[in-house]
Design a protein around this ligand. Structure first.
Ligand code: HEM
Length: 404
């Protein structure tokens, strides 16, 4: 291998790089064309150095890895506590069934479809207020002024987090997701959030129980007993991390795509009753994270010999674009009857916030299409998509105010 070849990242890693493409996931197509369903790769992430890593690039092996709990574990994949030698477990992601099941049963009622429908007035109030703030201007940054804000505000209220901490929360979570090569910043973000959570939990404990999710975790009973102090902290910290920026990132890519694609925008304006399908297709086409599992036993997968302890990274975008699974996988289609994608993974660790995420995205999308006329990217601006939590931090758009 010459030095030029060594310097350039492999195709699969390049597909995760920042870009300004119309479809930020377009490079994933090269992964499907260039790699087998499962291949060995090197990967350096905080706390994962030196591990043997496999990369799965098709629907079937990814499904198997997510769903087969006897072969694959998610214990040890959550990086933050391990990277900093903090003696805490991220609940529920870092726990395998059957122990995992009791935590899920405890947490699921707070995020059920019914509980989310009850949030509709709160979500609408947040969305309407933001749209009111820019509707007359004929322009806004639909990522920074809208997508960045509404899901975080809703999530904070649902959890019971103090709203004045909004800016702190974003400043702590940013280095955790986007500055992973700067350990000082990464560690500062994690430790600041953790210190806040500890104080917050003490306060919740000192107050009578209420309906917020944090209060239910602190005061509630999980299969007949209260969670220990460490379990409470590991759960509330992980929920904070999982629930904070994920919808915001997806929302930024959803509106970026619409602003770049007038035909798609028109299709959705013509089909206001298809918003649930539209959101599912945006989710399939814009997955924010890739996910790792650890092999529990020696076994064979896709003709490869996997050893216990090996890590397997599921390239969610590649699985979501598998031509053997999806007809015309690179096209946005409203008529997919079985849209089973991996954006929320699958199996026991399927995202707990799935109902909240879908509902928020649906309302945010319908309201923008209802209130803002045809919009497009403001000429000459930067609306780069960046990985970490794949999203576009800035998506400045313009529209004709005379038409609104
Ligand atoms: C579009 C938005 C979202 C996306 C794309 C997303 C994605 C994911 C993914 C990929 C996982 C699996 C991680 C893994 O297996 O390593 C996950 C798990 C999880 N997510 Fe989400 N998420 C979103 C929104 C939310 C929200 C709003 C919450 C708030 C409660 C949340 C809470 C969780 C929790 C608690 C888990 C762990 C589930 C378990 O281990 O049983 N997520 N999410």
């Amino acid at each position: 291998m010459d030095s030029d070849t060594q310097a350039s990242p492999p195709v699969w890693a390049a597909s995760l790089a920042p870009n300004t493409l119309f479809d930020p996931f377009a490079p994933t197509e090269a992964v499907i064309d260039s790699y087998p369903p499962l291949f060995a790769a090197e990967m350096a992430a905080p706390g994962m150095e030196g591990a043997r890593m496999w990369v799965a690039t098709r629907f079937e092996p990814i499904r198997e890895i997510f769903q087969n709990g006897e072969r694959y574990s998610s214990h040890g994949v959550y990086p933050y506590f391990r990277a900093m030698n903090i003696d805490l477990t991220a609940i529920p992601i870092d726990v395998d069934p059957p122990e995992h099941t009791r935590y899920r049963k405890f947490l699921e009622p707070s995020f059920s479809p019914r509980a989310m429908v009850a949030l509709e007035p709160l979500i609408r109030a947040n969305i309407d207020k933001l749209i009111d703030s820019f509707i007359d201007k004929g322009q806004c940054d639909i990522s920074y002024d809208y997508s960045r804000i509404y899901p975080v505000r809703v999530f904070m209220e649902l959890m019971g987090f103090p709203e004045e901490r909004f800016d702190d929360f974003l400043s702590w979570s940013h280095p955790m997701h986007f500055e992973t090569d700067n350990f000082e910043r990464y560690s500062w973000g994690t430790k600041s959030a953790l210190a806040f959570m500890q104080g917050f939990i003490n306060e919740v404990r000192s107050r009578p129980p209420d309906d917020t999710v944090a209060s239910r975790i602190v005061h509630g009973e999980c299969e007949g007993s209260k969670l220990t102090d460490k379990e409470v902290l590991g759960t509330i910290f992980f929920l904070w991390d999982g629930g904070m920026d994920t919808v915001a990132a997806t929302s930024s890519l959803m509106f970026r795509r619409l602003a770049l694609d007038p035909d798609l925008q028109q299709l959705l304006r013509d089909n206001p009753d298809r918003m649930a399908n539209a959101v599912e297709e945006f989710l399939r086409m814009h997955p924010t994270v890739n996910t790792v599992r650890i092999a529990l036993v020696d076994h064979e997968l896709e003709g490869q010999q996997i050893k216990a302890g090996d890590r397997l990274m599921c390239m969610v975008a590649a699985g979501n674009f598998d031509p053997d699974k999806y007809e015309d996988p690179r096209s946005f289609r409203l008529d997919r009857s079985q849209n089973h994608h991996f954006t929320f993974v699958a199996g026991p660790h399927r995202c707990l916030g799935i109902n909240l995420a879908r509902f928020e995205l649906r309302l945010a999308l319908s309201e923008i299409l209802r209130r803002i006329p045809d919009f497009r990217i403001k000429p000459g601006v930067d609306c780069m998509a960046v990985p970490g939590l794949m999203g576009a931090p800035n998506v400045p758009i313009v529209w004709d105010t005379g038409a609104s």
